[in-house]
Ligand binder design. Structure first.
Ligand code: NAP
Length: 514
């Protein structure tokens, strides 16, 4: 009874928040520089819902290079004070921010469903992850006592310390797909350690970053420590990468943008660039696996948020002896998905994020057909009735694509999963590794030796065995450090893990003599 009551309450609070937001649609939002609300000289752009492009959430400023420059300047000014604030005070501010975010979680989840099309559970998970980042990084800073370490001494009168100190201004460049969690993780990682930031959200999702900034200010983050500049990647984003007063960049997004930005940034002088990028994540299903659990895990991994997660499972290698049975189970589950407006209660799959993703999906289906891959389910866009004004597509299961085809090798970022056969585990692992990315991977098997071999040999940062809630997805802050190998990441240290914060700090050795 208690559980049922809680669930009813969850739905009621979420639906109330959806209603409340409907009455606020269409507001105009500013850029925030040094605590001051600013309008762009270039006017605004509309933030529309991918479920129904006639719905405008709000109007956001088309920031310019000048806006980005002024924000960097404000962050530089604010660094002078913030970098000297006692770490315990910073910890207290970010804990307060976590509390404020928690109080607003239904509002934030509702806004997210409108803005990027996440269903209510996925949206709430995104908000929860953001809250976890705030609390986890506060705990890390506290446990490491502000990263001050007593060193050894050569002579009695010598007193040496290693102190990790902030660099200065960081550019924070965020993606659309975890509009609160990832923006919060990157922003709080940089600022809780004493740096100041300019946050540029993805153009598809400016609202959730705006809300994040409001929460941080309310919790006591001083003006100028977090600056918020909306605008396109090619203007605001490019300035934040090219600006010589930026001490570091923390970026999450595609490999193409990340790699170009890294070489641009590092060319001018050696400075840290922390990048989390794409993935082409695979799941192995052996003949020793529970096939029901495997199908459930792959289904969730592949189609949660329409495959628009960097960790999404987009390839499955299934041992030949069980492949047909597995495909049947996966297809059955996929065919039962409810697609539609993500604010509706039973909808599992909302729309794709934008027109370009929608076109990519159609192109990917054409490409799959051209290489004679077989589409066993899906492969179509949805255009009629309630789908008419959004970017809705059917989740798609493809089999038997050539191993060197685009569908097997490239990140698609749409709900398409390809299932391929294998004979033995060595072969499957070598295929899993034969892509440029190394983000996440999963295996289903009831044989401990197989799992051990998988853990030993797979070249990716986040590995799961027998994870039914998502074969490659769903890392939890403080439990699964989220890190990309190969072209999936630049630093080898994971978000939500113990080595994340030191990336925002450089070491100083301090020695005094009596
Ligand atoms: P994206 O297109 O690369 O955009 C990411 C951010 O970069 C956006 O804010 C974008 O701004 C900005 N940007 C674009 N061009 C830029 C430029 N020339 N200079 C500086 N910034 C620029 O990625 P997305 O479509 O938002 O996100 C999906 C991608 O992110 C996928 O590849 C996914 O795998 C990856 N991702 C990785 C992780 C991870 O932890 N490894 C997590 C989430 C997502 P505009 O929006 O204005 O273009």
């Amino acid at each position: 009874m208690k559980g049922v009551g809680r669930e009813t309450e969850f739905h009621k609070q979420y639906e109330d928040a959806v209603q409340a937001f409907r009455s606020k649609l269409g507001a105009t939002y500013p850029i925030i520089i040094g605590g001051i609300e600013v309008k762009s000289t270039e006017g605004t752009f509309a933030d529309t819902s991918p479920s129904d492009t006639n719905v405008t959430l709000g109007y956001f400023q088309k920031g310019t290079r000048e806006d980005a420059k002024r924000a960097v300047e404000a962050a530089r000014e604010a660094f002078k004070g913030w970098s000297l604030v006692d770490y315990e005070k910073r910890v207290a501010i970010f804990r307060k921010a976590a509390d404020y975010m928690s109080e607003r979680k239904f509002k934030l989840a509702a806004e997210m469903s409108f803005e990027n099309g996440k269903n209510r559970y996925e949206a709430m998970a995104d908000v929860d992850e953001a809250i976890d980042f705030l609390r986890y990084y506060a705990m890390q800073l506290e446990e490491n006592q502000g990263y001050v370490h007593e060193m050894s001494k050569l002579i009695q009168s010598e007193h040496a310390k290693s102190v990790l100190r902030p660099y200065g201004v960081w550019s924070v460049i965020a993606p659309f797909n975890f509009p609160l969690a990832i923006a919060t993780g990157m922003t709080s990682g940089a600022t809780i350690t004493g740096n100041t930031v300019v946050l540029k959200p993805a153009t598809d999702t400016p609202l959730l970053s705006y809300e994040l900034c409001q929460i941080l200010y309310l919790a006591g983050v001083p003006p100028g420590v977090v600056n918020y500049v909306t605008g396109s990647g090619s203007t605001v984003g490019a300035e934040l990468v090219e600006n010589k007063d930026v001490a570091g960049v923390v970026f999450t997004g595609s490999y193409d943008v990340g790699a170009r930005s890294i070489s641009e940034f590092e060319n001018s002088s050696p400075r840290p660039f922390v990048a989390e990028m794409g993935g082409k994540n695979a799941t192995i299903v052996t003949e020793k696996a529970d096939l029901d659990k495997s199908a459930e895990g792959v289904f969730r991994g592949a189609f949660g948020f329409g495959g628009q997660k960097c960790s999404a499972c987009s390839r499955v290698y299934v041992q030949s002896s069980v492949k047909d049975e597995f495909v049947k189970k996966l297809t059955e589950k996929t065919s039962q998905i409810k697609i539609g407006d993500p604010t509706e209660k039973d909808v599992f799959l909302g729309p794709l994020i934008n027109e370009s993703a929608y076109k990519n999906y159609q192109q990917d289906i054409e490409d799959a057909k051209k290489v004679d891959a077989k589409i066993v389910f899906g492969g179509e866009i949805l255009k009629d009735g309630k789908y008419a004004n959004g970017y809705f597509v059917k989740p798609t299961v493809v089999v038997d694509a050539p191993e060197d085809s685009k569908i097997v090798k490239s990140e698609l970022f749409v709900p398409i999963v390809v299932v391929e056969p294998f004979q033995n585990l060595e072969e499957a692992i070598s295929k899993v590794n034969d892509v440029v990315y190394g983000l996440t991977a999963g295996i289903f098997s009831n044989d401990k030796n197989e799992i051990e071999k998988f853990f030993e040999k797979v070249e990716a940062g986040v590995l799961y065995a027998n994870r039914t809630s998502g074969s490659t997805t769903g890392a939890v802050v403080g439990v699964q450090s989220f890190v990309g190998w190969k072209k999936s990441g630049s630093s080898g240290k994971g978000a939500g893990g113990p080595w994340y914060l030191p990336q925002f700090l450089h070491e100083q050795s301090q020695t005094f003599y009596d």
